[in-house]
Design a protein around this ligand. Structure first.
Ligand code: MF3
Ligand code: CO
Length: 324
């Protein structure tokens, strides 16, 4: 049975999601080469507990930590230990928190230092798949539309998709109905999304095989061919018009007149004079420089930190309004 959350329950899930999201944003600056995964776990534990929440994974079926930290060929459920983060590592972090009994669940893949283009693309495309899956969400659609949208990104890029690892309902428990596979399937074809459902959507892709094996610790899951994997996840609410991302997305941004302002980092120049900008919440958007900045001949280069204005109705395009 897929539960429908009340407005009061949703409010608690928003709060839970905000704490989880805040932790992910804080980790972005915190994770550094040389640090152990146990050290990152301790930081996350302090972050969540000091905000009145409980780490959702700690003690879940005996899981011993706050975070799952899965590096390179580890897909999910890596137990933090004395492994040191190295430059060039692809570090997938999965975390959840419980606020007044309500769960949120999210994952983010951090690239430490530089990696080759195909690895960077894997991470970008796995994140893209999460948003492609989220974008189709709306009361009345078949769940399979979400699965199909995620699968398409994997197929277009030739990535491995693990059929045994799926997203799920979330809220009163960490794992609720329905399963949300990252591949089109018959079961999801029969499920119609309704207003008030809360879902954890979580694409996981690899540069190679879809086959995995479990480590002797009974948790860690690695790709059989040891190729790199990436993982992104958000907890979302199904609404009449679409969705709301509960794991904090946009929450930390100022909103005015249908626009939000967010900091971002310029990644690339696009032919034609636009820029590819990674926002502080992980979104990659296409940006154009504001007329005022052009007039003042303020030039933008890859690596610049900028302030962006993004219309809420189209989260894929924005304007650079300030260079830091
Ligand atoms: N996001 C993961 C999942 O949905 C978290 C579970 S890991 C555990 O499966 F450690 F809590 F078990
Ligand atoms: Co999950």
């Amino acid at each position: 049975m897929i539960s429908i959350k009340s407005e009061q329950e949703i409010e608690l899930m928003r709060k839970s999601g905000e704490i989880t999201y805040g932790m992910f944003m804080a980790l972005k600056d915190y994770i550094k080469p040389g640090m152990t995964t146990a050290q990152i776990d301790e930081y996350a534990y302090d972050y969540i507990t000091s905000r009145g929440a409980i780490p959702a994974f700690l003690g879940y079926e005996g899981y011993p930590a706050t975070l799952c930290i899965s590096i390179n060929d580890m897909v999910v459920h890596g137990i933090p230990d004395n492994t040191k983060i190295k430059k060039g590592d692809v570090v997938s972090v999965d975390a959840g928190s419980i606020y007044k009994g309500y769960y949120s669940d999210s994952a983010y893949t951090y690239i430490v230092g530089n990696v080759d283009k195909k690895t960077k693309d894997l991470v970008d495309n796995t994140r893209k798949a999460l948003y492609e899956g989220i974008k189709v969400v709306k009361a009345g659609i078949k769940l399979n539309e979400v699965c199909k949208a995620i699968e398409k990104v994997a197929r277009d890029n030739g990535y491995g998709v693990f059929d045994c690892l799926t997203g799920h309902g979330v809220g009163i428990h960490l794992h609720e109905d329905p399963y949300i596979p990252n591949l089109a399937n018959h079961e999801s074809e029969r499920i119609i999304l309704k207003e008030g459902m809360t879902l954890a959507i979580e694409p996981m892709f690899s540069l190679g095989t879809k086959d995995v094996y479990m480590l002797d610790d009974g948790w860690g899951i690695k790709t059989l061919d040891h190729k790199t994997a990436a993982h992104f996840e958000h907890t979302i609410l199904v609404t009449k018009e679409g969705y709301e991302i509960l794991t904090g997305e946009w929450k930390m941004a100022k909103e005015k007149d249908g626009y939000i302002e967010l900091e971002g980092k310029v990644l690339d120049v696009i032919p034609g004079g636009d820029f590819k900008v990674e926002l502080s919440n992980g979104h990659i958007v296409i940006a154009r420089v504001s007329g005022k900045m052009r007039l003042n001949m303020i030039r933008i280069y890859p690596g610049d930190t900028v302030l962006m204005e993004v219309p809420i109705c189209d989260l894929t395009h924005g304007r650079i309004i300030y260079r830091k």
